[in-house]
Design a protein around this ligand. Structure first.
Ligand code: SF4
Ligand code: SF4
Length: 373
């Protein structure tokens, strides 16, 4: 039997609105999962009624569907297309504005986002792992990106352990889930009648204290632990290993790259939904009257024709080379850059690929010569 611990409390379902109110009283804008355009999407959340109660999802290569299962739970689904990425690193954002002055002079004005502390409810362990990769990229490689920093500074995370992984999930194989073990302020494990709740930071403790909860019982902890053990066992997909650098280097001319190229549309959906992809391009948006111009950045993808264009020459001119770049970087050379793989096993690139290309299956074929049964 699991021993009750003072750090583990129980929050009955009817207290969830109180949690949202406490966060709002502390100055946070709450962001939470909601059903939008038949997907689970993160948006501003004021009321518990907006949560996707009763919803479940079915995911497979090239397939994502929501269905109402009629249960009471708020989080009985795996991730939708959106991770934390668009909240911290928006698809498009202005960086600075140049304004023409008299006598031909020009002035530059930085456009920093407003400081707005966000509390994101329902974050999964794979997306916390992806956030930490982005922290390294945007803040710890000798340059602190001020746009990312403003958003990241005020971020409070209320994570949820994944009790209902999708068929496309493989975070067990990458070591990033389904339980959250770091990076959150509060962690919830959902049961039928409420949540086992634990705090990981002082901010988390202060929020939990305001809710006046009771200690979780041994039976509640046992149920939560069983749910997480089951969730782990449900995952069937896996990668051949967490570091595939050398295996890819031995297989750069594998015929499978061209076979994938015959199916891949080079649409870039996989890189858009991937929580760790951070490539972007920059462009200028000049005013028609010539008075000013706004310089902005926008997400880019290694699947785009222009992405590898340098001085009159496109390095990766065909889709096979682009897919190879995406996969060998993500699962291989990323290790040299970040000390880990660039994949957190969320499975989004599998579900949202219109051609149904399965990242784990292709990695298995190229690195191990194995097709899935
Ligand atoms: S792998 Fe799929 S999602 Fe990615 S570019 Fe090709 S077709 Fe699009
Ligand atoms: S490569 Fe695919 S499974 Fe891995 S983190 Fe990116 S979207 Fe998720």
């Amino acid at each position: 039997m699991t021993t009750p611990s003072p750090e583990m409390e129980f929050m009955p379902r009817h207290k969830f609105q109180e949690l949202i109110s406490v966060l709002e009283q502390q100055g946070y804008t709450c962001i939470g999962p909601q059903v939008r355009e038949q997907t689970i999407h993160y948006d501003t959340l004021h009321h518990v009624n907006s949560l996707p109660q009763g919803m479940s999802d079915v995911q497979a290569p090239g397939h994502y569907r929501l269905k109402n299962s009629g249960h009471e739970r708020y989080f009985a689904w795996a991730n939708g297309p959106q991770a934390l990425k668009p909240l911290m690193f928006p698809p498009s954002e202005p960086l600075w504005k140049s304004v023409g002055e008299t006598k031909g002079e020009m002035k530059f004005h930085e456009i920093l986002p407003d400081k707005k502390p966000l509390a994101v409810i329902g974050v999964r362990s794979c997306d916390i792992a992806a956030l930490y990769i982005h922290d390294r990229h945007f803040l710890q490689h000798g340059y602190r990106d001020p746009y990312y920093l403003v958003r990241r500074d005020g971020l409070l995370l209320i994570a949820v352990n994944c009790t209902h992984p999708a068929e496309t999930c493989f975070c067990v194989s990458t070591g990033d889930g389904p339980s959250a073990s770091y990076g959150y302020d509060l962690l919830l494990t959902e049961l039928d009648d409420g949540f086992v709740i634990q705090a990981h930071t002082e901010k988390g403790v202060s929020i939990r204290q305001q809710l006046e909860l009771t200690r979780a019982t041994a039976a509640q902890l046992e149920t939560a632990n069983k749910a997480m053990a089951q969730s782990k066992q449900q995952q069937k997909r896996h990668l051949p290993s967490q570091n595939l650098s050398s295996r890819f280097m031995q297989n750069l001319t594998h015929p499978r790259w061209q076979e994938i190229a015959g199916r891949c549309l080079s649409c870039g959906n996989c890189t858009s939904v991937c929580p760790t992809c951070f490539c972007h391009s920059e462009a200028e948006d000049p005013a028609l009257d010539g008075t000013h111009s706004v310089h902005f950045r926008q997400w880019d993808s290694c699947f785009g024709q222009k992405h590898s264009y340098i001085h009159g020459f496109t390095i990766r001119s065909d889709t096979g080379l682009r897919y190879r770049q995406w996969m060998t970087h993500k699962l291989g050379t990323w290790h040299q850059q970040f000390g880990r793989s660039g994949c957190v096993g969320c499975g989004r690139c599998i579900a949202w690929c219109p051609a149904g290309i399965d990242f784990t299956e292709e990695a298995g074929i190229i690195c191990e010569g194995k097709e899935r049964d």
